[in-house]
Ligand binder design. Sequence first.
Ligand SMILES: Cc1cc2nc3c(=O)[nH]c(=O)nc-3n(C[C@H](O)[C@H](O)[C@H](O)COP(=O)(O)OP(=O)(O)OC[C@H]3O[C@@H](n4cnc5c(N)ncnc54)[C@H](O)[C@@H]3O)c2cc1C
Length: 284
Amino acid sequence: MQPVGRTPLPAILLSEAAQQLICSVFERSDLFRGLPAIRTRIVAWGPDAAPVALAHSAVVLSERELLVRLAPPEVCDQAGEPTRWTIHTSSPLPASVESLRFGGREASVVPVELKTGAEPEACWIESLERGWLFLITCGVGQGWLLAVGDDAEELVRASRLVAPQITHRGAAAGRFPATPRISTPLAGDGWLACGSAAMAFDPLCGDGTAHAVREAVLACAVIGAADEGEAVDRVVAHYQARLTAGFKRHLEHCLAYYRPGTQTSGGARNWTRSVREWRHAERR
Ligand SMILES: Cc1cc2nc3c(=O)[nH]c(=O)nc-3n(C[C@H](O)[C@H](O)[C@H](O)COP(=O)(O)OP(=O)(O)OC[C@H]3O[C@@H](n4cnc5c(N)ncnc54)[C@H](O)[C@@H]3O)c2cc1C
């Protein structure tokens, strides 16, 4: 078991649905108690769009905090029924696996101080010519800024909605790939790719953590069915079909946002082309 290090995200948002899913899988209703809440989402998406305030229901926590809350030591040591299957949760994957990435955008995450009177328990999302900004409060006067596309400095300089909320920006806590990515194949005889080993999502349509949990539930069901005698190629095909369908939906969601909202037309064109190429490859 060789942990592969990637910089944990200092702040992720978990929607109410994601919290309920994770609590039911871990059979713990208190997992997200006491965390900063997000109750309002303020959005300015599209050239010269007027900001709109929408109700929202989520909590904010760091990935490190999430791992601590999810895995008290005794849980980790519980061994399941012996099986010949391997679930890959991170690289390395079998040599036959290829990784398809859609676009090359990166995200930087920056700690910020918010102006006095900034909307508490809120997040702000703003599209700009060369990317987008996502600001999350995580306590009184404190927040995290996610800058996707161009660097944070440039995006904040062009910002009309997010920049006025911020009084001070700290040093970036990390840069992360922020484009959809899928491994292919996603499974084979005796192995399944799951979570970030299988797919990565554009944080614009986030929910990556809940996706990883759903995939893990399906992976366990597939292994259980195979161990009970179901045809391996049928259950593997089912796993691939379900994950690929979810990934396609994610791409369509992103396209729906990226077309009107942001990026120079070149960026949107590259994006659309890579989706078309993938669909074509899928049909072959
Ligand atoms: C910029 C950005 C913002 C995001 N914002 C959000 C958000 O707001 N909300 C959200 O839900 N998601 C968000 N995501 C997505 C989210 O980070 C991922 O979807 C999620 O971390 C996937 O979880 P995972 O466990 O599959 O993979 P990872 O988080 O990558 O974790 C893999 C873990 O497995 C461990 N590991 C590796 N090999 C082994 C092994 N053999 N045995 C045991 N352990 C092993 C590694 O050490 C690592 O800790 C964001 C992603 C990015 C890039």
